[in-house]
Design a binder for this molecule. Structure first.
Ligand SMILES: Nc1ncnc2c1ncn2[C@@H]1O[C@H](COP(=O)(O)OP(=O)(O)OP(=O)(O)O)[C@@H](O)[C@H]1O
Ligand SMILES: [Mg+2]
Length: 291
């Protein structure tokens, strides 16, 4: 349903995307995970028909993004990074506006009503979008991206700036979209959230440095390094300078460490399960980066 083959994109001298390839199936929540400037939005803009690739092929809902960008735009739902809602329209008016772009007039009221119910927006339907809190505005942004039930949904950082409870709610809504059979592509730089995706691509400097399920990525990272906790009071600079210590940072009463496989840095060590932040640090190390 979304197929990307060796897609690159240049902005002058800058290679913002470098031979990116990935496939996303219906019913799947696919995450693009990467730091600021790694190319997430650029890829989404190419897949939504907003921007042309400099090289490579991409298909969305069976349509070539180079040849049919306008049809691509009509086949998808897209919530941009800037929470694309009209602040001076009410919640209901925002949904009606979007629905009218895509649906026959006679189908608009029902689609809007269903979406208001599905997203729990009943109590806010008559409020101006600009008066909503960040979390509710974000919820509206996703609602208006899917009001016409598109088969492919793009959500660019749908949870940035939200508290953990609102983020959890948004993730439930994202999974609802996949459960009705949509392809969902979502970007984030929250490592903990990435664990909620079925599959992920780690973007770094415009390249996909790894992709797979969260579990597969953990296994890949564990082939290169191990993660440990040490209850030590040594200064951080000294710990980082120990042989075999790749990285370390404060954690509770001690430090969390990334170690070379066979390192014994002479510290009390407890091996711990890597989280996706550890995975990201481990996998980007070989590319010369820090997360
Ligand atoms: N229209 C443009 N003209 C020139 N450079 C651009 C343009 N759009 C993006 N870039 C550059 O391409 C790179 C990738 O940007 P992009 O917005 O895709 O990153 P991102 O992963 O979405 O970052 P963020 O997490 O901050 O949203 C950046 O270096 C950015 O400055
Ligand atoms: Mg972005």
């Amino acid at each position: 349903m979304v197929s990307v083959e060796q897609v690159s994109r240049r902005f002058g001298q800058l290679l913002a995307l470098d031979k990116v390839s990935l496939q996303v199936r219906p019913g799947e929540v696919f995450g693009l995970l990467g730091p600021n400037g790694s190319g997430k939005t650029t890829l989404i803009r190419i897949l939504t028909g907003v921007l042309l690739p400099s090289a490579g092929e991409a298909q969305v809902a069976g349509l070539d993004v180079r040849r049919h960008p306008e049809q691509v735009k009509a086949a998808i739902g897209y919530a941009t990074q800037e929470a694309s809602v009209y602040r001076d329209l009410t919640v209901r008016e925002n949904l009606e506006f979007r629905a009218r772009l895509y649906l026959e007039t006679c189908n608009v009221p029902q689609a809007v009503e269903e979406t208001i119910q599905r997203f729990g927006l009943q109590d806010f339907a008559h409020q101006l979008a600009g008066a909503l809190s960040g979390g509710w505005r974000q919820r509206l942004a996703i609602a208006q991206a899917v009001v016409h039930r598109p088969q492919v949904v793009f959500l660019d950082e749908p949870t940035t700036g939200l508290d953990p409870v609102s983020r959890r709610t948004i993730w439930d809504l994202i999974h609802q979209e996949a459960a009705r059979g949509a392809v969902v592509l979502v970007t984030t730089h929250y490592m903990d959230e990435a664990e909620r995706c079925h599959r992920l691509a780690l973007l770094f400097g415009g390249q996909v440095i790894a992709q797979g399920t969260p579990h597969e990525l953990e296994q890949l990272a564990l082939q290169q390094a191990r993660v440990a906790y040490s209850e030590t009071h040594l200064p951080l600079e000294q710990i980082r300078a120990l042989p075999g210590v790749l990285d370390g940072w404060p954690s509770g009463n001690g430090v969390r460490l990334i170690l070379e496989q066979k390192a014994h840095p002479n510290l009390p060590l407890q091996t711990v399960h890597p989280n996706l932040e550890d995975v990201f640090i481990i996998l980007t190390r070989s590319k010369g980066g820090t997360a």
